[in-house]
Design a binder for this molecule. Structure first.
Ligand SMILES: Cc1cc2nc3c(=O)[nH]c(=O)nc-3n(C[C@H](O)[C@H](O)[C@H](O)COP(=O)(O)OP(=O)(O)OC[C@H]3O[C@@H](n4cnc5c(N)ncnc54)[C@H](O)[C@@H]3O)c2cc1C
Length: 263
């Protein structure tokens, strides 16, 4: 089975801070890592390859330094990496991002399955997977935590829902977004990681022209939404810390709630 895994390089924190003057992310002093859910998607892809054969290609759109997550993925066992990088890709909203990733998937071609993380910890929209599937016109299943048998051109998967899980048979090619519940990702193997950082590493770097896209179709220009202002939410209410022992604090709290007829 030929599998494409979408991986994103993200800041190694969920507490993203914004520059109040420019509204941009403050990236100084923050390391970048492979988006946590994407490690689970990659692990799922590697296990499918190990049990049924095929190839795993990782695909990432980002600045040149995003090559680090591609090298890490090769170190974990992926066969090939593709980095989409171009100054014109900057400022892409989720529409432009998924359009660009979709074009790259078409250029890679010959795939049976696309795996993404459920959500990126910086953008946090969870829109890319479903939008890439829509762009390619293939079935999608979100919140996948279990992949069972592959039978001919279909596969059985389990997806998390509020009250339990759903078991679905899906025709391939398809796109799944994978949750952290799926597996425990392996660490990269040091020998493979060193090879992945060398000149002969199987990594291709493509820009907009390589995808047959104009600058009007990518990045800020190709985006349907534009950010007017970015700011952290203001705390609306002042908090109050109840003094005294835990028992006194509970008594105090219960008294106040009763006073307001809330209990
Ligand atoms: C209105 C709007 C405007 C924006 N403007 C800007 C801007 O000006 N500058 C800017 O830097 N960002 C901007 N962004 C953020 C940028 O669009 C998102 O970071 C990007 O589209 C991915 O979305 P996400 O992070 O929410 O990923 P999610 O949809 O949460 O990610 C789900 C999965 O999709 C895959 N994936 C996501 N992104 C990539 C990627 N780049 N490469 C490979 N796989 C990927 C991963 O598998 C990931 O786990 C904007 C977002 C919005 C909504």
């Amino acid at each position: 089975m030929n599998i494409i895994v979408l991986i994103k390089q993200v800041p190694d924190t969920t507490e993203v801070k914004l520059d109040p003057r420019t509204g941009n992310l403050i990236r100084e002093g923050i390391d970048s890592v492979m988006n946590p859910d994407d490690r689970h998607a990659l692990e799922a892809g590697l296990r499918l390859k190990e049990s049924g054969g095929g190839k795993v290609t990782v695909l990432s759109m980002g600045p040149p330094q995003a090559i680090d997550v591609i090298s890490e993925a090769l170190g974990m066992g992926a066969d090939r990496g593709v980095l989409l990088t171009d100054r014109a890709f900057a400022g892409a909203d989720t529409w432009a991002t998924s359009h660009t990733l979709g074009k790259a998937v078409e250029k890679i071609g010959d795939y049976d399955l696309i795996l993404c993380g459920r959500q990126a910890i910086d953008g946090d929209t969870a829109q890319i997977g479903p939008q890439v599937a829509e762009y390619l016109g293939i079935p999608q299943v979100t919140y996948v935590f279990g992949m069972e048998e592959v039978k001919g051109r279909s596969m059985t998967v389990r997806r998390r829902i509020e009250a339990g899980y759903e078991r679905l048979r899906v025709s391939l090619p398809a796109l799944f977004t994978v949750t952290a519940e799926a597996n425990s990702p392996r660490d990269p193997v040091i020998g493979s990681l060193l090879a992945a950082c060398g000149a002969k590493a199987p990594i291709q770097v493509w820009d907009a022209a390589d995808l047959g896209m104009t600058t009007a179709q990518v990045g800020l220009e190709g985006s349907l939404t534009h950010v007017i202002r970015t700011f952290p939410p203001k705390s609306q209410r002042a908090g109050e810390i109840l003094e005294g022992s835990p028992a006194q604090a509970v008594e105090d709290l219960v008294g106040r709630l009763k006073e307001r007829n809330l209990i």
